[in-house]
Design a protein around this ligand. Sequence first.
Ligand code: ADP
Ligand code: ASP
Ligand code: MG
Length: 422
Amino acid sequence: MALVVQKYGGSSVADAEGVKRVAQRIVATKKAGNDVVVVVSAMGDTTDELIDLAEQVSPLPPGRELDMLLTAGERISMALLAMAIANLGHEARSFTGSQAGVITDGSHGKARIIDVTPGRIRSALDEGAIAIVAGFQGVSQNSKDITTLGRGGSDTTAVALAAALSADVCEIYTDVDGVFTADPRIVPTARQIPRISYEEMLEMAACGAKILHLRCVEYARRYAIPIHVRSSFSQREGTRVIESIEGTDMEQAIISGVAHDRSEAKITVVGVPDKVGEAATIFTVLADAEINLDMIVQNVSAASTGRTDISFTLPATDGQTAMSALNKVKERIGFESLRYDDRIGKVSLIGAGMRSHPGVTAKFFSAIAEAGVNIEMISTSEIRISVVVDGDDVDAAVASAHRAFDLDAEQVEAVVYGGTGR
Ligand code: ADP
Ligand code: ASP
Ligand code: MG
């Protein structure tokens, strides 16, 4: 008997019909002789709607209360799913993240899992029941307050439970047939990738390909949990995320895909005095505010003024916090002003084969130029090149890079079964 962890995203359980369809799929897995643990997200766009609601009553809702509100979304879907399964004649028990033993740190809105103690899930399985767990939530070890893991975090709940329960596989069910060479919502000719390494999937997720939550891939890699991404709307095989595709019948592609991210903002600290220690002070202030930075660029200082500009990107959701933290040290550092721009997008090219193929960067930049798009910032790693562009140019830049690296499928094979792309 195998232990299977299945995660169903919001678009798979968007309405009562969806919940019933997913329940059928779960029961089929159980009937095939498996123990089944299910992680479920909030229905459709519930989480976004709850955030909108919170913002209507307060421009900056307290983190503790926002987490309490958002976790309600997953509570609704887990209970409905358990009812739908009961209606098919099987026992299902739903559990909140806290009941399932998902213990986190106390960082509201982006809590990290520090331990998983799934005693109640084990007991449910031992008694022959299907366990349904609310995704994206846990309980803080110290304060005992309810926390959330960050947007898209149900994927991470699933992998963390799979690791704690020594599951045989973690299946992530969503609204497309697996991982594609680009987001099929903006590149209809994107190709489905049958197998991808953790390393490449990590870069894709880090660069905004929201098909998998970044921390879910990190966790899976650390605990060697095989992930199987597929659609809950079809029977297609999907994508397997594995250690390495060496030793399989697949040839290593030079480029695995193009990812994009519209969730970041850019802050420019204008007129920073060009002297030792200024960058250290700026970035210490941001680190103390617990802000994760992405790209950083410091311009050459103008000889006439002895001042320079420093720009960096960060999650737009941290924009207000960063601006006020920096404004507080304006006098001390002596910079002139701050500029904030959240109408940016990041486009990234990812591929392990880049290491051994010179010329990839030049070809990527040419493709961006051919699309008539101006590059604002650049950063690279061994297996990735990223550029920041105007938000309105993202789609054109992605499509052009995808074409330039011959990633387009001859016939359109990507199907988007549901979801609003929100
Ligand atoms: P779920 O609600 O199931 O968690 P998400 O919306 O979080 O679904 O993730 C699935 C979406 O990810 C797809 O509908 C697609 O638009 C988007 N996506 C972005 N990049 C990719 C990619 N490279 N391959 C597949 N889907 C992608
Ligand atoms: N419902 C949460 C969100 O929309 C978590 C998830 O879907 O993974 O971000
Ligand atoms: Mg998701």
